[in-house]
Design a protein around this ligand. Structure first.
Ligand SMILES: NC(=O)c1ccc[n+]([C@@H]2O[C@H](COP(=O)([O-])OP(=O)(O)OC[C@H]3O[C@@H](n4cnc5c(N)ncnc54)[C@H](O)[C@@H]3O)[C@@H](O)[C@H]2O)c1
Length: 263
């Protein structure tokens, strides 16, 4: 498979990794279909790609809603007659420890709320499930060759304060194995599945944090710097173009591994 001329649906395309992938893949000749719930930012990304001569369309989507995801996939097919690649970037964090006791009384003063738990499960897990499923239905029915690329995180190892987020990222990291096996069992040969688990990526979210905290993060990365969005995009291209990459999750982290244990 080549990136050039492939139809690539990207969720979470209004920002960060999704936006960087949209720009780079369009520049490499892909037909890109952008989805995000943030309509204004999505339109900016779409316009920038269009201005640069890219083949791009965009549609608002809420990945937690089945019908909304179905509409995005139908839109992609209506625009470009095909879906080859799905890059599921839409994701959120709502960090909190399970319980935090008050230092003086020892009684719980804060806890992870049900909303914090559920919102992250809804977007990062159900949203990715719906995105992959709706693409897979259309790809199987039409025998389109392609690859599903969910985005996990090295925090799948069990980052503290992220019971919700780490759980979703651990789940998603497992899916390529399950789905490659299921596709094999059902005789589906035209779809591969490979996830990417980034480390700390140089997105606006990270570069905006206090310099001393950022330095602390960088200090833990063997490579000595954050991962660049271009390096995640290079991995997306590698997955697309290497037909043997299937049923696996690739870590792109500069050598840092998730913590997983209390410090
Ligand atoms: N940035 C990092 O260091 C890093 C590291 C590891 C994994 N990741 C993962 O990579 C993915 C992208 O991260 P990012 O840093 O680019 O984040 P980001 O916040 O810049 O972008 C995420 C996008 O998802 C969209 N989104 C959120 N909820 C949505 C919903 N319900 N429906 C549709 N769109 C929705 C947001 O509007 C936003 O544009 C996420 O899954 C994240 O967990 C990021």
């Amino acid at each position: 498979m080549q990136v050039k001329e492939s139809v690539i649906v990207i969720t979470g395309a209004a920002s960060g990794i999704g936006a960087a992938a949209a720009v780079a893949l369009a520049a490499a000749g892909a037909k890109v279909v952008l989805g995000d719930r943030s309509e204004e930012k999505l339109e900016t990304v779409r316009q920038n790609i269009k201005d640069a001569g890219g083949n791009v369309v965009a549609k608002a989507v809420n990945v937690t809603e089945e019908q909304s995801v179905q509409s995005l996939m139908d839109f992609a097919v209506a625009q470009f007659d095909c879906i080859n690649v799905v890059l599921a970037c839409a994701g959120i964090i709502r960090d909190s420890f399970l319980v935090t006791p008050d230092r003086e009384s020892g009684k719980v003063k804060k806890f992870m709320t049900t909303e914090q738990w559920q919102q992250v499960i809804d977007v990062n897990m159900t949203g990715v499930f719906l995105t992959l499923r709706e693409a897979a239905i259309r790809m199987v029915d039409n025998k389109w060759e392609g690859v599903l690329i969910p985005v996990s995180s090295i925090n799948k190892a069990g980052e503290l304060g992220q019971l919700n987020y780490a759980s979703t990222k651990a789940a998603v990291a497992l899916w390529p194995k399950i789905l490659a096996g299921e596709f094999h069992a059902r005789g589906i040969k035209n779809i591969r599945v490979a996830a990417i688990a980034p480390g700390y990526v140089e997105t606006a979210l990270l570069t905006a944090i206090r310099p001393e905290i950022l330095q602390g993060i960088i200090h833990e990365i063997p490579l000595g710097r954050l991962v660049k969005t271009d390096e995640i995009v290079a991995t997306v291209k590698f997955i697309i173009e290497n037909g043997a990459v299937h049923g696996t999750t690739l870590e792109v982290s500069g050598g840092i591994i998730g913590k997983g244990l209390a410090k």
